[in-house]
Design a protein around this ligand. Structure first.
Ligand code: HEM
Length: 370
């Protein structure tokens, strides 16, 4: 034994180094990297997944100069989202980059923060972010944080689930309606715009990456494991330590379109108010997901997981001195926001500069700013 150890010690360092152990290596993802919190100069935006990828170093950790192909590869390798799912979104991110920088961004998204431009790609009634102009701003020119995770807002999404361990399409549609109702109630008069199709596409992403692959019928009827979803959004980290790993099979654009149309078509059991007309009811006929594939087996990660920081309400959310999310009575008198107008869906339709300008001008006009 002593001779064996001595022989090992004598091995050149170059031979010993390749055997570093990463506790998260699984058959699905061999290059797992631990979470590292963003620093004060790192750029982050309103997308929980892009922030997460940057926090793990799967995208540049500073959240800047993100190459199109680097993003596609990171999504495919680490969260099982295929290029077809995000091709249009990435094209629109670049258009937004051109729009805001006045330069040709080429194939490089200059930073994650520029995605927060309101009523462009970013929209109202998010699951975990505030709206740009809520009721409590002091004047129409003022604005609030529409970019960072907000624990209080996310809690209003989770409240709908009443402690369920899993979320199906119907529950998610109910969450969406709750967020719409609260956002419409708390909006600065004239600001609110309903963005149903965009939000349901994002909800499709949640089903795509946080669907519980341990449940039967995972392929044909995925259900989100709520503790994974909560961990992901709250920490902006992937929930490896909760037994999550990159899902298989990878999710393509057909999965997302199918999931989002089934979400929108899922019949809800109660209807919060106020809602815009048309908020309830299918926007498109539901498409079905691919049939169950029975041959797939999953391997859970082993080893001791790292612990990501758990965000608390401290420092998150808007505090106007009177507590979070004070409601102003005049917000109830919001003018009809969206009659006959449907904002572009940047995951499925290519934006032109004129579309962005038009969407922004609508809200500004309603508020009397132009
Ligand atoms: C190029 C690709 C992508 C771009 C440019 C992008 C951009 C955005 C933007 C601008 C938002 C803010 C919308 C809002 O106001 O709520 C958003 C939200 C969101 N994104 Fe992404 N995203 C991309 C890919 C993804 C992927 C691959 C996932 C997950 C697999 C994802 C998950 C989400 C979710 C769940 C939300 C909603 C957050 C909330 O409502 O609080 N995104 N994304």
């Amino acid at each position: 034994m002593v001779r064996f150890i001595a022989t090992l010690a004598a091995l050149p360092a170059a031979l010993a180094i390749p055997f570093t152990i990463n506790p998260y290596n699984s058959i699905w993802d061999h290059n797992v990297r631990p979470y590292k919190a963003p620093g004060p100069n790192d750029s982050r935006g309103p997308c929980p997944m892009l922030n997460t990828l940057a926090n793990h170093g799967y995208l540049p950790h500073d959240g800047r100069n993100i190459e199109r192909q680097v993003l596609f590869d990171a999504l495919s390798e680490h969260v099982g989202i295929e290029q077809s799912s995000v091709e249009t979104a990435m094209a629109n991110a670049i258009i937004l980059c051109n729009f805001q920088t006045g330069q040709d961004c080429g194939t490089t998204l200059k930073n994650l923060t520029l995605l927060a431009l309101p009523h462009a790609f970013e929209h109202d009634h998010s699951f975990s972010r505030g709206d740009y102009k809520p009721a409590w701003i002091a004047s129409p020119e003022d604005f609030d944080d529409n970019k960072n995770f907000n624990a209080s807002i996310f809690q209003t999404s989770l409240d709908v689930l009443e402690g369920s361990s899993h979320m199906n399409y119907q529950q998610m549609n109910q969450v969406r309606l709750q967020r719409e109702a609260l956002s419409k109630q708390d909006t600065y008069p004239g600001w609110f715009e309903e963005s149903k199709a965009i939000q349901e596409f994002e909800a499709g992403f949640i089903f795509g990456v946080m669907g519980d692959f341990n449940l039967p019928n995972y392929i044909s009827n995925p259900q989100v494991k709520v503790e994974w979803w909560k961990y992901w959004f709250t920490n902006e980290a992937l929930p490896y330590e909760l037994g999550w790993h990159r899902p298989e099979p990878k999710k393509d654009v057909n999965f997302l379109l199918s999931a989002s149309s089934r979400l929108l078509a899922a019949r809800v059991t109660s209807t919060p108010s106020p809602l815009v007309s048309g908020a309830i009811g299918p926007a498109v006929a539901p498409v079905t997901l691919p049939a169950q594939v029975n041959t797939i087996t999953y391997q859970l990660p082993t080893g001791t997981p790292y612990v990501g920081p758990i965000a608390t309400e401290k420092g998150l959310g808007h505090n106007n001195g009177n507590g979070l999310f004070k409601r102003e009575p005049e917000a109830q008198a919001t003018p009809a926001p969206s009659a006959g107008f449907v904002p572009m869906n940047p995951y499925a339709q290519t934006l032109a500069f004129s579309d962005i300008a038009k969407q922004q001008a609508r809200a500004s006009a309603r508020m009397g700013l132009i």
